[in-house]
Design a protein around this ligand. Structure first.
Ligand code: SAM
Length: 368
């Protein structure tokens, strides 16, 4: 049987649109749907504007930009590698150092440049605001331990005044006396100069050069007009400080727990006295702590400060009661209001009943 011939459709000659009927012959369409040839041919209307432009090739960046970027990447990567290598080397060097716990003697040397060295860092961290918060809370007979170059000086309100408080009750404000203590005579001299310049008329400021933890700190100066017998009685039972301030000091002391315990037990007025701390130390974050730990020996050796101390643990070991606590800057800045633990756990209420409310019981940053 011969196979049936298969009919191969003739190819459309090039150039003839399949949509156009050829030679006037209309192509047959299917039911309902018009065939392609029957569909109206859409031609661009002459009014619709110029024909669309062919797509533009992507713009290439100017060679100067590419060269500049390449140079910048090179500089950054070189600098990054340099920093990393320096950091690694600093850690290695730091670990090799054997540094004593007692590094306080460094401040004799660094005193002249201390303010200039810390100014920028403190400005970037807004530490002035924190110092102000702490110091504005001070009242009565005030002791500032590890006073350094007197970076808190400008926030003091020397001179105690009795005025009307928020609720109409009488309220003591300001400092009756201020005693500044530091181990470094060089630091104390700078602090004294600042104080005398700022408060030339206040005569109840005392400046002591001594070890705050080992040598007994004398009681606050007697109130004005106090007679000799009373003064003698005070020597028997020394007066205490209403407020004890320390800022950035626990990092430099050889025995920070011993210092806090001594301040709380021997020098702080037991019923309403407060210890106000602004300190720096360990962070909330382990990666920051690793950095602090790795570089601590070198930093302590150079600056006289152990920056990786656990301030919370030091406070806990001192046995003082935490009235308020605040942490800032990834947890490395610690602020505390402490007082002596009371028997019976009575919470601080100021001097209610006596008609006198002490402004220090107001919250952080209160302007009242
Ligand atoms: C980091 S400085 C802080 C100074 C200042 N309080 C401030 O906020 O800028 C630490 C200070 O603690 C002092 N210091 C260290 N050990 C001390 C001690 N055992 N008795 C008294 N002062 C001490 C140092 O002399 C130094 O001035």
């Amino acid at each position: 049987m011969r196979p049936k011939a298969i009919q191969i459709p003739k190819r459309q000659p090039k150039g003839i649109s399949p949509l156009k009927p050829e030679n006037g012959i209309k192509p047959k369409g299917g039911l309902g749907t018009p065939s392609l040839a029957q569909q109206p041919v859409r031609r661009p209307s002459p009014k619709s504007g110029p024909p669309p432009q062919p797509p533009k090739p992507p713009r290439s960046l100017p060679p100067i930009f590419l060269t500049g970027s390449a140079i910048a990447v090179l500089i950054f990567s070189t600098y990054g590698s340099y920093l990393y290598a320096s950091y690694k080397k600093a850690i290695e060097d730091s670990k090799k150092l054997s540094v004593s716990n007692d590094v306080a003697d460094r401040y004799h040397k660094t005193a002249p440049t201390f303010d200039a060295d810390v100014d920028t860092t403190e400005w970037m961290m807004s530490l002035g605001k924190r110092r102000k918060e702490i110091v504005q809370r001070a009242r009565g007979d005030v002791l500032e331990v590890s006073c350094g170059t007197g970076r808190n000086m400008e926030y003091y309100a020397p001179g105690e005044k009795l005025g009307a408080g928020k609720k109409g009750k009488a309220e003591f404000r300001g400092c009756r006396s201020i005693t500044f203590v530091d181990l470094s005579g060089e630091m104390v001299e700078i602090a004294r100069e600042k104080f005398e310049k700022k408060f030339p008329d206040f005569k109840k400021a005392v400046f002591l050069v001594q070890d705050a933890a080992k040598d007994p700190i004398p009681p606050p100066p007697p109130p004005p007009g106090e007679t000799a017998p009373t003064f003698a009685a005070r020597q028997q039972q020394p007066a205490k400080y209403d407020t004890i301030i320390q800022t950035m000091g626990l990092c430099s002391h050889a025995d920070p727990v011993g210092l806090l315990t001594y301040l709380g037990q021997d020098l702080l007025e037991p019923s309403r006295g407060e210890i106000l701390l602004l300190e720096h130390g360990r962070s909330h974050y382990s990666w920051v702590n690793k950095l602090l730990d790795d570089l601590a020996p070198a930093h302590a050796d150079r600056h006289g400060c152990w920056w990786n101390r656990d301030i919370g643990e030091i406070v806990r070991q001192s046995g003082l009661e935490v009235v308020e606590e605040k942490r800032l800057h990834l947890g490395t800045t610690w602020m505390f209001v402490l007082r002596r633990k009371r028997e019976g756990g009575e919470e601080g209420k100021g001097a209610e009943g006596s008609g006198v409310v002490l402004s220090r019981w107001l919250g952080w940053g209160s302007k009242d």
